[in-house]
Design a protein around this ligand. Sequence first.
Ligand SMILES: [Fe+2]
Length: 248
Amino acid sequence: MAPLTPRREFLTSSVKAGLGLYIGSTFLSSCASSRGIANVPAQYTTGFNQQPLPYAYNALEEAIDAKTMELHYSKHAASYATNLNEAAKAEGVDASKPLEDVLRNVSKYSTKLRNNGGGHYNHEFFWKCMTPKASSGPAGSLANAINSSFGSFETFKTQFSDAGKNRFGSGWAWLLLDNDKRLRIASTPNQDNPLMDVAEAKGFPLLGLDVWEHAYYLRYQNKRPDYIANWWKVVNWDYVAQRYQSMI
Ligand SMILES: [Fe+2]
């Protein structure tokens, strides 16, 4: 083969470098997506049975009264778990596997499984998103990510609150990490959530807010914005940050 001229050598090197970059970025992108919402860290997976509430019914009085917590946990959320297990049995779903596996393919199952699987997952998650020992906001890498994604923590809070206030009827507001590892705010109707293949905004939930009337009506009646404003006082930012840290 004839020796390469300086120009041909430069072009050949450039093509090789470009190919390397392309292969490298494709490989990295493939790794990133394989670590996406398909792989929820084991400590954040959800089983099919209701777990104990992580605090007393009256522990979040600053935002949610004890009677609402009791009814919400022991009646509403409990029935989602019961109905989920009924639906899972009827549809041959292995209830020893993480619930996330079903939610990611929920369009293949019945409406009963979708509503109650979502209802159970969302409530198990919601309890953990709150704590009587709440801090005023996130710290560390989550705080930085919120600031760079939304401009400021206050802007994030406004946008998230609006997602909850503007959800027509029953549903949820979410902060989620999408498959490109970007923070997003979204809202879902009924008991849908961002893990579901039917969700408009898909991703890993980092923070969830229940805006069904059963979550606030006893104390706040029709004033959903007042419930949301008080709810910020009990958000468990340590838990939200841990979930974020586990996925980035
Ligand atoms: Fe609820």
